[in-house]
Structures are given as C-alpha cells and as structure tokens.
Design a binder for this molecule. Structure first.
Ligand code: ATP
Ligand code: MG
Length: 554
C-alpha cells in the first residue's frame, strides 16, 4: 500500500465524527462479536483493531460479545482462547464479557412479540421444501401453506418447540416479511430452530436456538451499541437487522456499517477450513506457527505491536482486496530489526578447527545491536573448534562469494580473521572438517599488513554451543488463493516446515518464549512457547531478513 492511500482516518471514523458533531450520539459504543467456534485469526485482528481502536480513540466503549447461538459447533476452549487473544493484542473490553446466550430469555420474549403482531409464524415445511419455496435470484419465492396460521396456533406450536415436543427439522419459527423480496434474506427468514444440544453457557435449558440475524441486532440494541461494524457479506442482512429492530419494542436503534474483510495470500481464513486443518492433523494445532491465527502468529514470534501496525497499514475500506503475505511480514521485520537483540546460531553446522589456536578458550564481548549501544553487550566464548554454516564454505568460488573459500580468508563475526587451509571429507565426499589458521592480531581490527578481508560469517563455539532444534516455516499453501481450489488441502505446501538440528550460542540457553532474536545473517527467531526448555531448546523462525518471496515471484 502506498503512502498516499494510507489515510489517518477511514470512512467509519468519518461517520462517527459526523454523528458526534450532529449530536446523533454523544459517545461511541462498539462491540467485537466472535462466534466461539474456532480460534481468532488475522482477519479478526482487523475487526478487533477497528472496533477496540475506535473505542480507545473516542474515549468510548467496546464490548466483547460471544455470538453463541450454535451450540453444536461451539466450545468453551474457543471462548478462553478468544479472551486471551484479544488481551494479548493489547485490548480490554469494557465491563463484563457479554454472551448472546445471556439474552435467550429476552430474545424469546421478542419472538413472542412478533408472533402476537402477526409478524412471525411456525412453519412445518421440510428443509428441502423450504429451499424449493424460497425461489432464487431471478424467481420470487412462494408462501408456505403454514404462513397464515392464527396467532394462537403459532403461540401453541412455538411453545411446543420450546418444550422439546418437536423433533429437529420438523418446525421452525420464521419472520413473516416478503417471499418476493429481491433480497433473499427478507424471504421469511428462519429466526428460531429446534436443536437438542447442550450449550456451553446455558446447558440443557434450551432446545430452541435463535438464528444469527435475529440475535445479532437485538444483542446490539440491548447493549446500547451505537455503531455495529461488520464485514461486507452482511450488507443485505442490514435490511433484516433494521426490520427486526423496527418491529419489536426496544428503545435503542444501532446502525450497521460494513467494511471489506481481510484476505491474505497463501493462506485460508475461513474457520471451517482452519478447523479442518486442525482436526485432520495437517497442522499441529490452532497455534501451529504456520496458521494465520493470532495464537499461531504469536507462537511464530509476531509481536502484538506488529499485528496492530499491519492493521493500521491495510486500512479500512469497502473495497474487496487481497493483501500480500509480504506486507504482514514487513511489519514484523520492521519491528524486530529495531528491537530484537542479535545472537549467533548455526542451523546446518560443519566443524571448523583453528589449528594454531592452542591456548584456553577466550571470552569475547559482542554488542547486542549494531546501532543501539543501549541494548548492551554479551559474552561469547571463542574456542579452537567452532561450528559454521555448511553453505558458508566452498572449496572454490568466484569473487562474488564473500564467505570462506579454501586458501582464502574471512572474518568470524565479532572474532578473528581465519584462513581455510585444508578439509577432510567422509566416504560420500561430504566435508566433515575444515582446518584453518587464525590471525591473532585481528580481533576488532583489520590485518596490520593491509590485507583486505571482506567477508564476515557467523559461528558458534563447538565446545560451548548448545544443540537446538530450529524450525523453518514457509507458506502453508503453494498457491495465492487456496480457497479457490476444489480441494484446498491438495495445495498444502509439503515444505512448509523444515526442521534443522543446529547449535546456538550459550547466552540463548535462557531465551524466553516468544522473545525474538535476530540470528545473525539467518533471520528472526524466538523460542517456541510450547516445546522449548533450557534442556531442549526449540526455536521458530519468525521471518527471514529479507523478503525472499518478492524476488522469486518476479
Ligand atoms: P467464519 O465465517 O470463518 O466463521 P466469521 O466472520 O463468521 O468467520 P466471526 O467469529 O463471526 O467469524 O467473526 C467475528 C467478527 O470478526 C465479525 O464481526 C466478522 O465480521 C469479523 N471478521 C471475521 N473475519 C474477518 C476478516 N477476514 N476480516 C475482517 N473482519 C473479519
Ligand atoms: Mg460469523
């Protein structure tokens, strides 16, 4: 996104400004209404930053409301994870947590009110018949034969539904609106259905559950929401939202506004698909670091500041769009480049022996950040044997290769200049050891005789370094829009996870989970928040140092 498009405001904030200026509202009250049927993802973060961000900036309020009307698909595990993720993102909801299920009694009362007004009826069409009667975009629907039942009969039948006397799918309560409406949502939408399911909040109290469109607007009104913000696919539903509130006795009339949802390349955002990845064990869980979930990004090493910054950069509009993964990655890279201390780790080690280093191990002092002296220094042991990256050595190379070449010199980062003298190979021809000499006059200075040594490579003491598992992540899918495939599972990237057995410098033994480091020359990494311990270090690569995808892509 270019700077010119990045406005400090958005159309929703402009509406709020106007509403406050005109006196339509004196304060702002928003809500974030997740259904607890999965973990939150980066798309939800956009909605969270919008709703909670507005409340913050206008000194208003934002509720966290669980939109929990689908007991079969919902679970308390999801409720807990959502609370946790909202807090981690840096937001506090106002007052108590809200649940749509808190309003089941009131919702039932409003349904009775609609029946009494002749605006709702109990239908007995089968689900297939109901589909048939509904018509389609070019043909109007037909009235159900049950549409003109008397108020008394409707009350009786609805009571039976409530009392558990009716099987699932045999009856439902529908709003009586208009079967010929050009808006499909207005063709007598179902507002209550029978479900014999245990609810995570209300237990077995209910066997009828209100539908989303009926519940949502009433919940907003009961909570005094001023601006009810949702994604564009609910645009037509606004008509039903207003119809319900116009036809019941309630004194608050929130207004619904729609914005375009976040789509991100190379991933999926539908909770149904994310759930499938988890249940079919195609990833290790909702918090797998390859998942676009908040908990996955967090485990991967994203900071909450970087996610908020991403949401700020993408902005809020009504235009459908798809954001490149690179733009999310550049937010975390910008954050970590500034704030992550440097450290050294070798991911694909080969042994290097410095034959003329005969004394005791030395302790070198290395700065934690090249441009930020205030981030201090640390001690790194230097020994006769060190690990270097296998790809940092070649037997022969042209001048462009700025690393170690047989017979040539390179600097070990923060240490001395070394020269590769000879190598040893195993039976398959793999290099097992590189034998070197070092120039002990070169610590912190160039060779005194004017030799130019350009290359610098990282290293870890073989004696003091600590073995670590290092997990490298790539895009979870091989195509930009996996959701467009017939079978999105078929385009999972088989190389989305690579596990390396490497070595890290001893200072990383106490690395805290989720705290990022720049491993010199290798990218940004953090200790895994589930699997890493001082005895068994596991690091995740959050992101590389540069956007390698941009290069491959063009
Ligand atoms: P799904 O259809 O995959 O279950 P959902 O939109 O129904 O997703 P909810 O839990 O109902 O998920 O979403 C809570 C809030 O987050 C809603 O207001 C919704 O509009 C918003 N939201 C969900 N996905 C996105 C997205 N990709 N971009 C922006 N906002 C989103
Ligand atoms: Mg939803």
């Amino acid at each position: 996104m270019s700077d010119s498009e990045a406005r400090p405001t958005n159309f929703i904030r402009q509406i709020i400004d106007a509403d406050l200026a005109s006196g339509k509202h004196t304060s702002v009250h928003t809500r974030f209404p997740p259904e607890p049927n999965g973990y939150l993802h980066i798309g939800h973060a956009k909605s969270i930053c919008l709703n909670f961000g507005i409340a913050q900036d206008y000194q208003g309020q934002c509720n966290l409301r669980f939109d929990d009307t689908n007991p079969e698909k919902e679970d308390i595990e999801y409720v807990e994870s959502i609370k946790n993720d909202v807090n981690w993102l840096g937001f506090e909801w106002s007052g108590e947590i809200c649940y749509s299920s808190n309003y089941f009694d009131k919702l039932y009362g409003f349904a009775i009110e609609l029946i009494n007004k002749g605006l709702a009826y109990v239908d007995e069409l089968s689900p297939e018949q109901m589909r048939e009667y509904r018509g389609n975009l070019t043909e109007p629907g037909k009235n159900s034969p049950y549409r003109d039942r008397s108020v008394e009969e409707n009350l009786q039948q609805f009571e039976k539904m409530k009392n558990g006397e009716i099987e699932e799918g045999k009856m439902c309560l529908r709003a009586k609106i208009d079967m010929a409406s050009p808006f499909m949502v207005m063709r007598d939408p179902v507002i209550y259905r029978v479900r014999f399911a245990n609810h995570h909040q209300t237990g077995d109290k209910w066997c009828i559950y209100p539908m989303y469109d009926f519940t949502h607007c009433i919940s907003d009104a009961l909570e005094g929401i001023t601006h009810s913000i949702c994604t564009l696919e609910f645009m037509d539903n606004r008509r039903l939202y207003d119809w319900v509130l116009d036809n019941i006795t309630i004194d608050c009339k929130p207004h619904q506004y729609e914005f375009s949802r976040l789509n991100l390349e190379y991933t999926v955002m539908s909770k149904r698909k994310l759930n499938q990845l988890v249940t079919d064990k195609l990833v290790s869980g909702w918090d797998d670091p390859r998942m676009p979930t908040i908990s996955g990004l967090r485990r991967r090493g994203f900071t909450s500041a970087s996610i908020r910054e991403f949401c700020k950069r993408i902005g809020v509009t009504k235009q459908e769009n798809t954001i490149e993964m690179g733009s999310l990655e550049s937010c975390i890279r910008d954050d970590l480049n500034e704030n992550a201390p440097r450290a050294m780790a070798v991911l694909d080690p080969v042994k290097l022996v410095i034959e003329n280093f005969t004394g005791d191990a030395e302790t070198l002092t290395v700065s934690n950040h090249p441009n930020k002296p205030e981030m201090g220094t640390r001690e790194v042991p230097f020994t006769r044997e060190v690990w270097i990256e296998r790809e940092d050595f070649r037997e022969e190379a042209n001048k462009k290769y700025k690393r170690l070449v047989l017979g040539k010199e390179v600097r070990l980062r923060g240490a001395y200049v070394i020269k590769a003298e000879r190598i040893e190979k195993d039976a398959e021809g793999n290099i097992t050891t590189i034998f070197c000499t070092y120039d002990n006059e070169t610590l912190g200075q160039n060779p005194t005789d004017g030799r130019k040594v350009k290359g610098v490579i990282h290293w870890v003491s073989a004696e003091a370094g600590i073995p670590a598992e290092i997990r490298l992540y790539d895009r979870l899918f091989t195509v930009p829009n996996p959701a467009a495939e017939d079978d999105f599972v078929s385009v999972i990237n088989p190389e989305s996870l690579t596990v390396m057995q490497g070595f890290v410098e001893p200072s990383l033994k106490t690395a805290k989970a989720e705290k990022a480091f720049q491993f010199e020359r290798m990218g940004y990494f953090c200790a895994d928040n589930k699997d890493s311990s001082a005895e068994n270090l596991v690091f995740n690569r959050t992101v590389g140092l540069r956007d390698t995808w941009a290069k491959i892509g063009d």
